[in-house]
Design a protein around this ligand. Structure first.
Ligand SMILES: Nc1nc2c(ncn2[C@@H]2O[C@H](COP(=O)(O)OP(=O)(O)OP(=O)(O)O)[C@@H](O)[C@H]2O)c(=O)[nH]1
Ligand SMILES: [Mg+2]
Length: 201
C-alpha cells in the first residue's frame, strides 16, 4: 500500500466528540515512551505529523490521522507513566478503555512493547482486554534497532506468554523508525484488513 495523503484531523479528550465516521480505525497503544507517535510518523513517512516526546507522557489525548482518505490511525495516550498524578492517569485509562470497548470502527490494535523490556502488567492487561472484546491485535516490538536478532527471538517468545487467544493475536512484528524494519509488514496488514472489514456486533 502506498501512502498518498496523511493529515492530522483532531485531538479527542472526550469520547462524545469522536468523529462521526464509519471509516476503519487502526489504533496504537502501549506504555508511555514506547514509540507510538514515532510509529505513526514512520508509517506515514512524515517527520512530525504526530508529536514525539522527549518527555514521556507527551500524548494525552486520542489523536486522529486520516490516511488516503480511507482509514484513520489513532494515537492513544501511553499508560504506566509514574510521574503523572494518579487522578490524571485514571482519566486516560478510562478514555482508552471506553474507546477500545465501545468504538465500532476499531479494525485492529497495535500493541507496542519495547523490544528491550519485559512486557509489563499493563501490557498484559491491555491484551486481556482486547481478547475480552474480541478485537484483533498485533504485538509490535519497537526500537528493534537497539537489540540483536537473537535477543529479538527471545523477546517475541516472552511476549507470546501474555497472549491467550492466538486467533486474535495476528502477528508479532519487530519495528524500527531508524531502519524502517516492520513498516511494510504493518502496511500489508492494514491493507489486508481494509479488504476484509471486521464485523462487530
Ligand atoms: N532508537 C529508536 N528510538 C525510537 C524508536 N521509536 C521511538 N523512539 C524514540 O523513543 C522516544 C519516545 O517516542 P514517542 O513516539 O514519543 O513515544 P510514545 O509512545 O508516543 O510516548 P507517549 O506519547 O509519551 O505515550 C523518542 O525519543 C523517540 O525518538 C525506534 O524505533 N528506535
Ligand atoms: Mg505519543
Amino acid at each position: 500500500m502506498k501512502i498518498n495523503s496523511a493529515e492530522f484531523i483532531t485531538s479527542i479528550y472526550d469520547l462524545r466528540t469522536l468523529p462521526k465516521s464509519v471509516l476503519p480505525e487502526f489504533v496504537f497503544v502501549g506504555r508511555s515512551n514506547v514509540g507510538k507517535s514515532s510509529m505513526v510518523n514512520k508509517i506515514c513517512n512524515r517527520k512530525s505529523l504526530a508529536k514525539i516526546g522527549s518527555v514521556p507522557g507527551k500524548t494525552r489525548q486520542l489523536n486522529y490521522f486520516l490516511i488516503n482518505e480511507e482509514f484513520y490511525l489513532v494515537d492513544l495516550p501511553g499508560y504506566g507513566y509514574a510521574k503523572v498524578p494518579e487522578q490524571i492517569r485514571a482519566g486516560w485509562r478510562k478514555l482508552v478503555e471506553e474507546y477500545v470497548s465501545d468504538r465500532q470502527n476499531v479494525s485492529m490494535v497495535f500493541v507496542l512493547i519495547d523490544a528491550r523490556h519485559e512486557p509489563t502488567y499493563l501490557d498484559e492487561l491491555m491484551v486481556t482486554w482486547l481478547e475480552y472484546y474480541e478485537i484483533p491485535y498485533v504485538i509490535v516490538l519497537t526500537k528493534s534497532d537497539k537489540i540483536s536478532k537473537n535477543k529479538m527471538e527471545k523477546q517475541i517468545y516472552r511476549c507470546s506468554k501474555i497472549v491467550n487467544n492466538d486467533d486474535l493475536c495476528i502477528d508479532y512484528i519487530p519495528f524500527s523508525i531508524i531502519t524502517g524494519e516492520g513498516r511494510n509488514e504493518i502496511l500489508a496488514l492494514i491493507s489486508k484488513c481494509l479488504k476484509n472489514p471486521r464485523k462487530r456486533d
